[in-house]
Design a protein around this ligand. Structure first.
Ligand SMILES: [Zn+2]
Length: 118
């Protein structure tokens, strides 16, 4: 049973789709800013430049990982909407608090499952 009214789901769907687009743009930008993605990168770097690139690469990896996780969450939430299970906790199958959904629309877990899960 899904007790999230459709007038509530509609705006959430557009919000999720919009955010997903933004995340895609981000992902692209992060890739471009990763020094390791630069194929023209000189091989005879000084060690200082090398270190800088290592740090830059690490930062890009962390950011890319974060964006990727977010994208997975948004996609999941959109799928839940599509199959009519939005607002139902993926783990315990109980309805997720609408206040929680209002703050974090991409969530697919209720608060207690999220706390217990990670
Ligand atoms: Zn739950």
């Amino acid at each position: 049973m899904n007790d999230i009214p459709s007038r509530f789901v509609g705006p959430i769907k557009s919000y999720l789709e919009k955010r997903l687009m933004e995340l895609k743009v981000w992902q692209k930008r992060i890739k471009q800013s990763d020094p390791f993605s630069d194929e023209q990168r000189t091989r005879d770097n000084s060690s200082e430049e090398d270190l800088e690139e290592q740090v830059g690469h690490f930062e890009s990896e962390v950011k890319a990982g974060f964006v990727k996780r977010q994208m997975v969450e948004f996609r999941k939430a959109l799928t839940r909407i599509k199959i009519g299970k939005y607002g139902i906790c993926e783990r315990c199958k109980k309805p997720i608090d609408t206040d929680r959904l209002a703050i974090k629309p991409e969530t697919v877990l209720c608060l207690s499952c999220e706390k217990n899960g990670e």
